[in-house]
Design a protein around this ligand. Structure first.
Ligand SMILES: C[S@@+](CC[C@H](N)C(=O)[O-])C[C@H]1O[C@@H](n2cnc3c(N)ncnc32)[C@H](O)[C@@H]1O
Length: 296
């Protein structure tokens, strides 16, 4: 298995924001290429523990290899972070000092053409984070009613030309199935009528990925469980990559911090974004937003 090419986003800000001490127990709920996990393990040396979760079994394999030298301090589990309570229970962990949730997909997943996440991918239109899921992006594109496509393109892609894209897909698939991510990207591109800086299929791909993996529901469901699992003064850091996710996080944290007997306090009042320098070095970080809270 090749090494991870993913560059962890807002790394210093996360490590500082989680306020880690040596020997802390930390959950990395989206361990991915394990860049954040490595820094967490270094910061919590000599005997801090890390539970790393990822839905993608390949990511867990890669993380295990990458974190080899910490093997006596880590537990890695393939699973959905929405099952965090169960995964913690199975790992025998009952006190958690910090949790990191770094949403979206890794560069390793984007570059793996068999996953169908990128426009250039000639592999199947899959887009599942986990091969345990039944429905792929292929199923959605080729079998969902046109109106449902319009709805997800609008809701999850915030795509203004949702109806036109859905119409073009419906017409194309009545002749032959739309098999690859590249086929879909070209189809949307042809129908879009104009070219700007951003590929016209960007929002359509975002919508399909969110729908395939139930991404927004996962975040909504997981946040309260994560707060529950933290010990007092434990911190939760969440990195999002688009406004729909950031809105969910913000709208969950803000009122909870304002209750009469609040369960959390906001560590950063203003959202944290990557520096210019990080954005230049790692363009994938450009849309990242970090919010951190502390359990009271
Ligand atoms: C941006 S990457 C994480 C990168 C990681 N922080 C690093 O330093 O390499 C996001 C990861 O979250 C995983 N993921 C997405 N949805 C998930 C879910 N519901 N449960 C668990 N993992 C999930 C993806 O498979 C991906 O590996």
């Amino acid at each position: 298995m090749s090494k991870s090419e993913h560059i962890p986003v807002l790394l210093n800000e996360v490590i500082e924001g989680l306020d880690l001490s040596s020997n802390d127990t930390v959950i990395d709920a989206t361990v991915g290429g394990a860049g954040h996990a490595q820094a967490i393990l270094e910061k919590t040396a000599p005997s801090g523990k890390l539970l790393g979760i990822d839905w993608d079994a390949k990511a867990i394999e890669r993380a295990r290899e990458h974190l080899k030298r910490f093997s006596n301090r880590i537990i890695l589990k393939t699973g959905n972070y929405t099952d965090i309570k169960q995964l913690l229970y199975e790992s025998g962990i009952n006190k958690v000092n910090a949790i990191l949730l770094d949403l979206g997909l890794s560069l390793d997943q984007l570059k793996d053409s068999s996953r169908g996440f990128s426009f250039q991918s000639e592999g199947p239109l899959d887009m599942r984070f986990s091969d345990q899921m039944d429905t792929t992006a292929f199923d959605i594109v080729n079998t969902w009613p046109e109106n449902d496509l319009v709805q997800i393109f609008q809701e999850y892609g915030e795509e203004r030309r949702a109806a036109r894209a859905a119409r073009n897909i419906a017409t194309a698939r009545s002749h032959a199935p739309i098999n690859t991510a590249k086929d879909l990207a070209e189809l949307v591109m042809r129908g879009a009528g104009r070219r700007g800086k951003v590929h016209p299929a960007t929002r359509i791909f975002q919508a399909l990925r969110i729908a395939t993996n139930h991404e927004l529901d996962n975040v909504k469901q997981a946040l309260p469980n994560m707060i529950d699992m933290l010990s007092s003064e434990g911190r939760l850091a969440v990195i999002t990559f688009h406004s729909l996710e950031d809105r969910i996080v913000k709208q969950y944290f803000k009122p909870l911090a304002k209750e009469e007997n609040p369960r959390i306090k906001l560590i950063n009042k203003k959202v944290i974004k990557p520096s210019r320098e990080e954005q230049v070095k790692n363009p994938a970080s450009r849309s990242a937003k970090l919010r951190i809270v502390e359990k009271i």
